[in-house]
Design a protein around this ligand. Structure first.
Ligand code: WT7
Length: 599
């Protein structure tokens, strides 16, 4: 006899936390939001207390905090109580290695339980965690480990072999390598230790470090137009903004099952894949695998995901696969969908409505801002194509720029704001707020340059309509955005120039229907080398090997006369305009000869 069909339970109606934008915004204060959290007994603040221990103390330790879906089908769960214990063990391991307040622990791993234990265990210890994306090649790994003076690295034997071993001699600060899932390999790795053995031997009961709200907690490297990656330093106090936005923007409620698809190697994956949802006591789904259309729909269905935070590139891929792929899945429990990282096309917002019965809510923020700054909210009208309005506690404005893309200043040094509706300006935010970066690591001047007075300049261009909705226009600089990841052209160019054939290189983003942009590099060859298809493929391979697939150029073109300014800087803007057949704009700084040489 067949089982009777059990009809789906009617979904409880969940009223959004943010019901009336203007009223909540008007009544909001960061002090009040701080009061939604516990704090430490001595007045301090530690992310792990708010994300983990607090729930255990309140009798909710048996709730699943993280549910890991393994690539090979093996799933694991960690309850809040287990997470408290595991992170205490990890903190004790660090103590045993002599790692304490402010020391830097790096992670280079896929989305496996040990990564999450390492992130939170490091914060529990009062040390600083710096995640590296596992699709980085040895070059980005070296740069970041060097700049951040990483003393401990948590990784797997296979990632170590491929990404760290080639550059190990160049990172002398690295003392210990904690290998996840790899006992036997540890002996061959300088400073190598078997993480599982260390955790098993460690003490499970240690308290959270007595950090203050201003103690550094996370270090996230991000890319600029020139020079080395910038290390954005975030503090424990950021948790106030994480928690607030998790409630008001992601609308997390106690019983939610939340899936943030971002990797903790990027800021979204730590802020909203770990910290923010755990402060709300929800269950987080973590999938080890990369995007796969049917797998994703199965996860949404089987895990009974209620709130889903993902990215435009992913949504575009799902959309391309066709709405009929959703049809066989019961996704009625999905209550709220949000997206971040790159422009969200209005078609995708509307497609969400068709495919899931829910529109996609665009949110905007950056590594530097630490938390969502501009957003669309459940229960509030959406204008498809708009990033929405600033979150409570955040004041956003547009700053006018001069012909050199520098912010215009009033005679007393303050910013000149764009006040008319629908006029472009540089999106700027009034500091401070709890999750604002506190520094670019070791680069005070670079940090200072990001501000005009108390206004932080984001580097993005935007417009604001007459009702206060913000609309993204584009990056105000040469940084490339591919599949939601920021890529510094300088990093790409520097790596290519390590190849003996390359005299000069210029990297730009070219439009791609799925990833938004992909990296294309233009290369001028040294005299002894001839352009050939073979060399082109070799350079593409060289780029991938050095930089890893997340950063490397997808395409390379040879061009002997790269356009340069008179001071010798490659004009990526012009390379891009020529590549795309766009107006070439102001050429007054172009080096005299190259204009002629191009003809
Ligand atoms: C840059 C920040 C923090 C999220 C992960 C990326 C672009 C982000 C949007 C959006 C258009 C967006 C901006 C921003 N961006 N969100 N909703 N619409 N563009 O963090 O790597 O620091 O990148 O991503 O250009 O400045 P990130």
């Amino acid at each position: 006899m067949a089982w009777a069909v059990i009809p789906p339970e009617p979904q409880p109606v969940v009223a959004p936390h943010l019901t009336d934008y203007s009223t909540i915004r008007a009544g909001f204060s960061w002090d009040a939001a701080r009061g939604w959290l516990d704090g430490l007994p001595d007045g301090g603040l530690n992310i792990v207390h708010e994300a983990v221990d607090r729930h255990v103390a309140q009798g909710r330790g048996a709730r699943v905090a993280l549910r890991f879906l393994g690539e090979g089908g093996v799933d694991r769960e960690l309850t809040y109580a287990e997470l408290a214990e595991q992170t205490a063990r990890f903190a004790d391991v660090l103590a045993g290695l002599g790692i304490g307040r402010g020391d830097r622990v790096f992670g280079l791993m896929g989305r496996l339980p040990d990564l999450y234990v390492a992130i939170l265990g490091t914060l529990r210890r009062g040390a600083v965690f710096c995640p590296l994306f596992s699709a980085f090649g040895p070059e980005p790994v070296r740069q970041r480990l060097q700049l951040g003076h990483g003393r401990v690295l948590v990784t797997t034997p296979s990632l170590y072999r491929r990404k760290v071993a080639p550059i190990r001699d160049e990172v002398p600060d690295l003392e210990a390598v904690l290998l996840s899932g790899g006992g036997p390999g540890a002996a061959d790795v300088p400073g190598g230790r078997d993480l599982a053995a260390l955790l098993a031997a460690a003490s499970p009961g240690g308290a959270v470090a007595a950090t203050t709200a201003e103690d550094p907690a996370l270090l996230h490297f991000t890319s600029g137009t020139t020079g080395r990656p910038k290390g954005a330093v975030h503090v424990h106090g950021a948790v106030v903004a994480h928690h607030m936005t998790a409630r008001y923007v992601l609308d997390l409620h106690d019983d939610d099952v939340f899936w943030c698809t971002a990797d903790p190697g990027w800021v979204t994956g730590t802020s909203y894949g770990v910290v923010a949802p755990l402060t709300c006591g929800v269950t987080c789904v973590v999938d080890e695998a990369e995007l796969d259309v049917d797998r994703w729909y199965r996860i949404l269905e089987e895990q009974r995901v209620t709130v889903w935070y993902t990215a435009p590139t992913a949504l575009r891929m799902l959309m391309k696969a066709g709405v009929e792929r959703v049809a066989g899945h019961d996704l009625s429990h999905v209550r709220h969908i949000a997206s971040v990282g790159e422009p969200l096309n209005p078609e995708v917002v509307v497609w969400g409505q068709e495919a899931f019965g829910r529109p996609v809510h665009d949110t905007w923020w950056q590594t530097e801002t630490g938390a969502i700054m501009i957003a669309n909210y459940p229960g509030v009208e959406i204008r498809p194509g708009s990033m929405g309005r600033p979150v409570p506690g955040i004041e956003a404005a547009l700053v006018a720029r001069d012909a050199d893309a520098k912010p215009l200043r009033t005679p007393d040094g303050g910013p000149v704001f764009v006040t008319d509706p629908d006029v472009e300006g540089e999106l700027s935010l009034r500091a401070p707020w709890p999750s604002m970066m506190r520094a670019y690591l070791d680069e005070p001047e670079r940090y200072a340059k990001a501000f005009v007075g108390e206004w932080y300049l984001t580097g993005d261009l935007a417009r604001r309509d007459a009702d206060g909705w913000f609309w993204f226009v584009g990056r105000g600089d040469d940084v490339i955005k591919s599949a939601g990841h920021l890529i510094g052209p300088f990093e790409v160019e520097s790596a290519l120039m390590e190849h003996p054939a390359v005299a000069e290189a210029g990297a730009i983003g070219v439009p791609d229907p799925m990833a938004g942009e992909v990296v294309k590099a233009f290369v001028a060859l040294r005299p002894a080398y001839q352009a050939s298809d073979e060399l082109r493929l070799e350079l593409i391979g060289f780029g991938r090997k050095r930089l890893g697939p997340a950063v490397a150029p997808r395409d390379i073109a040879f061009q002997q006369d790269l356009p340069k300014t008179r001071s010798g800087k490659i004009m990526r803007r012009l390379l891009k305009a020529r590549e795309l057949g766009l107006p070439e704009g102001d050429l007054s700084t172009l080096e005299g000869t190259s204009e002629g040489a191009r003809q």
